[in-house]
Design a binder for this molecule. Structure first.
Ligand code: SF4
Ligand code: SF4
Ligand code: FES
Length: 335
């Protein structure tokens, strides 16, 4: 099979970036990693890449193939090109991390964020002498997807929030935070959730779903972040814009059947947060001019006379139904 690759190259000394094009003959089941290794062995010994297990276990070969982070050892070329041997694949290093050389990135910021969430269980009780902690099976079942993480960095590479805000803890570390916070042996859940509710934490995710899409191990970091949000709200950690936004959003829908645009911002940032309300004012005026802040929604949701759509009963039925489908949530263990 003919394989065509365009590989991003970075000179570590000058920092200059360009693309090298390669065309090789390879067996039908060749992966992107196999092809890169073949290139490095027989065509161009200067090509730098990272790999180890070649079996989707070690997490070291993450890179972008045609713009999306993948494990190169799992990325079959025939599947990516749909068998079209003339199609060239573009191979680039992971995003959101500085490039050291070619396809090798510096993962220090990735590990720093993992360390930031204290990724180890901190029990507040000693197990009985000569015994182990006994953990209910169902708690561990809930954690199995998170425990599958191989720290490959693919989710961090493609996280859209991290791209614009380096302070964001990012999906891999937040998934790890869920793994320890939801573990019944951990005694620091409340403190962890408080810390995770600060700027850069669980409320900064925009739910773009990229981390779910690219994760090769089904960890679904975004879903873990949503579970952490629920745990934080249930633990009463609600004095933050993210949690207030969720509350006003829910109230708006359950009360009136649609978003109450007039009260979304004051409800989220806090009515008496004068600096923030002042900052939002120009946007609010623009929305008003184009009829996006209807006067009919001037009464806050939940108060007598607040706006309601027709057919509210159907909305309530949907809400009841979705509430009954909610997955079981892990308990917050107080420290
Ligand atoms: S869903 Fe959230 S954590 Fe995942 S990639 Fe998007 S912004 Fe990042
Ligand atoms: S959550 Fe998935 S994509 Fe992110 S580091 Fe772990 S295995 Fe890789
Ligand atoms: S080489 Fe280990 S995951 Fe790809």
């Amino acid at each position: 099979m003919k394989v065509k690759l365009s590989v991003q190259r970075t000179d570590p000394e000058s920092g200059k970036t360009g693309y090298s094009k390669y065309e090789i003959e390879a067996p039908e089941n060749t992966t992107v990693l196999d092809a890169l290794i073949q290139i490095r062995e027989y065509e161009d010994g200067t090509l730098a890449l990272r790999c180890s297990c070649r079996s989707a276990i070690c997490g070291s070969c993450s890179m972008r193939v045609d713009g999306q982070a993948r494990l190169a050892c799992r990325a079959k070329i025939i599947a990516l090109t749909r068998g079209n041997e003339e199609q060239e694949l573009t191979v680039e290093p992971m995003g959101n991390m500085p490039v050291i050389k070619d396809l090798v990135v510096d993962m220090e910021s990735f590990w720093a964020k993992v360390r930031q969430v204290d990724p180890y269980i901190q029990p507040n009780v000693e197990p009985p002498p000569d015994e182990e902690y006994r953990v209910p099976n169902e708690s561990m079942l809930d954690l199995t997807h998170t425990m599958n993480c191989i720290m490959c960095g693919a989710c961090v590479s493609d996280c859209t929030v991290l791209e614009v805000d380096k302070n964001f803890i990012a999906p891999a570390a937040l998934a790890k935070a869920y793994r320890v916070t939801a573990d019944p042996r951990d005694g620091k859940a409340h403190e962890r959730l408080e810390k995770l509710s600060e700027y850069g934490g669980i409320w900064d995710c925009t739910r773009c779903n990229m981390c779910v899409e690219v994760c090769p191990k089904g960890v679904a970091p975004m879903n873990r972040i949503m579970q952490l949000r629920e745990m934080a709200i249930e633990a009463g950690i609600t004095n933050n814009a993210g949690s207030r936004h969720t509350a006003i959003f829910t109230k708006s829908i359950t009360d009136g059947g649609r978003l109450n645009e007039v009260w979304m911002v004051p409800g989220s940032v806090g009515m008496f947060n004068i600096p923030r309300m002042t900052k939002e004012m120009p946007g609010a005026l623009r929305m008003m001019r184009v009829g996006k802040l209807p006067l009919g929604q001037a009464i806050p949701p939940g108060l007598p006379g607040s706006h309601k759509i027709s057919g509210m009963e159907r909305v309530r039925n949907l809400i009841r139904k979705s509430a009954s489908l909610k997955p079981r949530k892990p308990e917050v263990v107080e420290s």
